[in-house]
Write a protein that binds this ligand. Structure first.
Ligand code: ADP
Ligand code: MG
Length: 334
């Protein structure tokens, strides 16, 4: 019976992130990981490209094509493009079989999303052909994906740093005890780099250059050697192309203010945690997920500032999708 069920069922775990969308399919693992970006023709509103294809066009499109990141800043800015993106991704992973198998979909979305936006997400998933839909809070999905023992009567703290949001939560007995979410994440770090480079070097750079700088030489640990990188952009005064050397040290300073906001949020969550659960967290540590967890030196800085050990999850970018997939598996057993 179990086997037959497997053949005629399709379980999809989805991470609808502000920067990236990931899909886990039962029995196959992570089958899709693409930027949450849509390119649209202005007049006709026709979708030109989705995912990787659309991201390549970011900041490089001619006047009549616009690129949208529908989930940016945790807000579904544009229901229509969100829906088209979701449908496109689900259809891309669905097997092209003779029998039309209707999938069950569990989707992790940022918790600061409104009810109306949640509704828009589930409508789009339904339109993509799902027979059952489960909307999970991102922190819960991330915790399951990071193999945190959420069913235990003990405090577990998770902090997910994504592109547009940072969510920190305490989970015990399969429930969220505390959740705090702010609309600050990796995007704001990129913006801080853009501002810094303009102010100090009179150089205008784009979002992807700023993101590359952050990933390659960004380091919040001042004990580590400063790296140097050459970046290219446009001189703010002459308007001509220009190359500039930039160091880890100055990038750390540029990021500090935004990082402080993230650490403040983590401290707020710790402060709101009931004492018995705090004791567990001090023992078990805070688990970091999301792409932002990989910023060099960040886990150490958070540990220093909070006095609580910090652990980076094994696959920080995959946790939410893995967790959504595992959620459906656990329901099958129940
Ligand atoms: P979301 O869930 O919002 O889609 P992700 O968890 O996919 O976001 O993380 C995307 C963010 O992580 C981006 O801002 C990206 O720049 C950042 N990121 C990815 N890898 C690294 C890295 N190695 N160092 C620092 N930031 C990173
Ligand atoms: Mg995420």
């Amino acid at each position: 019976m179990g086997k037959l069920n497997d053949i005629f069922s399709l379980d999809i775990g989805m991470d609808l992130g502000t920067a990236n969308t990931l899909i886990h399919v039962k029995g196959k693992g992570i089958v899709l990981s693409e930027p949450s970006v849509v390119a649209i023709e202005k007049g006709t509103k026709k979708v030109i490209a989705v995912g990787h294809e659309a991201k390549k066009m970011l900041g490089k499109t001619p006047g009549d094509i616009i690129t949208v990141r529908p989930l940016r800043d945790g807000v579904i800015a544009d229901f229509d493009s969100t829906g088209k993106m979701i449908e496109y991704f689900i259809k891309k992973v669905a097997p092209k079989s003779f029998f039309k198998i209707k999938p069950r979909v569990a989707v992790g979305i940022p918790s600061c999303i409104t009810e109306v936006e949640k509704r828009a997400v589930s409508d789009s998933i339904e339109r993509a052909g799902a027979k059952e839909i489960f909307i999970l809070e991102e922190s819960m999905a991330a915790a399951i994906g990071a193999n945190i023992p959420i069913f235990e009567p003990a405090g577990n703290m998770i902090c997910d740093i994504g592109g547009g949001t940072t969510e920190s939560s305490v989970i015990s007995l399969d429930g969220m005890v505390i959740t705090n979410a702010i609309r600050i994440g990796g995007d704001e770090l990129d913006e801080a780099i853009i501002k810094h480079v303009k102010l100090v070097h009179n150089l205008i750079i784009g979002e992807s250059t700023a993101e590359t700088v952050k990933i390659k030489i960004g380091n919040m640990d001042y004990h580590q050697d400063s790296k140097i990188m050459e970046i290219r952009g446009r001189d703010a005064i002459s308007g001509l192309p220009k190359v500039q050397e930039i160091t880890s040290n100055e990038i750390r300073e540029a990021l500090q203010e935004t990082i402080n906001l993230i650490i403040e949020e983590i401290k707020k969550t710790l402060d709101q945690t009931p004492p018995e659960l705090s004791a567990d967290i001090v023992e078990r540590g805070i688990v970091l997920t999301g792409g932002g967890a990989m910023l060099m030196g960040l886990s150490k800085l958070i540990a220093n500032q909070t006095g609580v050990p910090v652990i980076i999850a094994e696959n920080p970018l995959l946790c939410v999708a893995l967790g959504a997939g595992k959620f459906l598996e656990q329901r099958n057993k129940a």
